[in-house]
Design a protein around this ligand. Structure first.
Ligand code: SF4
Length: 319
């Protein structure tokens, strides 16, 4: 399969009065056309910062300080802002956790979905409005012809979320980066959105990066899982393999105590201890203060990534 996205050794820093925060520390993962990659890990592990980096949406004092983000072979980090604007929306779309981040309160839903359609497809206002209505219908918005003229504040949170998803998917992007896209939605609508995503993968060959806490979503939607901790990918593997045979103690901790893996709504478990501050990451393996299998070596030396079949793991137990 063709590599759609390749994140290679990405590093992101935030500078502030308290020092430099090491938010992302050499992250690498890839998405192939038609593939969905689930990114999991506790809050503050760099999942969202990595996702925002793909679209070059990191704001100062944040800065991408190293690595490459190859989209169909072109390093997005070398594009001008104008070139990048053409990529956003039409080629790569992002679905945010909070719809008001993406929706403009002073324009109707139809205007906002239609604007991108007019700009990128060169169609007239009437046709764009019609396509916006169809887009709203695709994500299960009831009475889409009526709702297309609503302003964001006139919709419920769930409908706003669906309007934003419709906007992101309207141009049939090649890659969709979705940050907890269905968390706020009820189970039926969530299933409908995931089904739509799955159909897009088959019909248009779109690739997905899906950041989620919901293991059911991962099991039902993703091909590969990337587990992040302290701004690093500590384990990645095909979804079945990761669930059956988690190798990294952090992954095992996340998956432990879940009675039946892969059921909708099953969220990652809290594990003892807390995520280290990105201002003061521990020496050696960043997980060592919480690891039940810590060894002397783990406290001084960070483990390198090791490939085991189709999986990759960063842990001295597997070197
Ligand atoms: Fe635990 Fe050591 Fe593996 Fe880190 S390298 S996860 S501390 S065993």
């Amino acid at each position: 399969m063709k590599k759609l996205l390749e994140i290679d050794n990405l590093t992101v820093r935030f500078s502030g009065p308290d020092g430099v925060a090491r938010a992302v520390n050499g992250v690498s993962y890839a998405v192939e056309a038609g593939q969905a990659v689930g990114v999991v890990g506790e809050s503050g592990c760099g999942k969202t910062v990595t996702a925002l980096s793909i679209l070059r949406l990191i704001q100062p004092p944040g800065k991408i300080s190293g690595g490459r983000i190859l989209f169909e072979g072109t390093d997005l980090l070398t594009l001008s802002e104008e070139e990048m604007r053409k990529v956003r929306g039409a080629e790569i779309a992002m679905i945010f956790q909070e719809p008001m981040t993406a929706l403009n309160p002073v324009f109707t839903i139809g205007d906002q979905i239609g604007e991108g359609i007019r700009l990128h497809r060169g169609v007239g206002k009437k046709e764009a409005r019609q396509q916006a209505i169809e887009g709203l219908a695709r994500v299960g918005v009831p009475d889409p012809a009526g709702r297309v003229d609503a302003y964001p504040h006139q919709l419920s949170g769930g409908l706003r979320q669906r309007a934003m998803i419709a906007m992101a998917l309207a141009l049939d992007p090649k890659l969709v980066v979705a940050d907890e896209p269905t968390t706020a939605l009820d189970v039926t609508i969530q299933a409908q959105i995931l089904d739509l995503m799955n159909r897009m993968r088959v019909d248009t060959g779109a690739g997905f990066v899906l950041i989620t806490h919901d293991l059911g979503v991962v099991a039902q939607t993703c091909d590969t899982v990337v587990v992040m901790y302290a701004g690093r990918v500590v384990e990645s593997a095909p979804v079945g393999e990761l669930f059956e045979n988690p190798r990294h103690p952090y992954t095992r901790g996340l998956l432990a105590s879940i009675p039946s893996r892969g059921k909708p709504g099953e969220r990652l478990r809290e594990i003892p201890g807390s995520v280290p501050s990105i201002f003061a990451l521990p020496q050696g393996c960043p997980f060592h203060p919480r690891c039940p299998e810590v060894m002397e070596r783990c406290r001084v030396e960070a483990p390198p990534p090791v490939a085991i079949g189709l999986a990759t793991v960063e842990c001295w137990l597997h070197v």
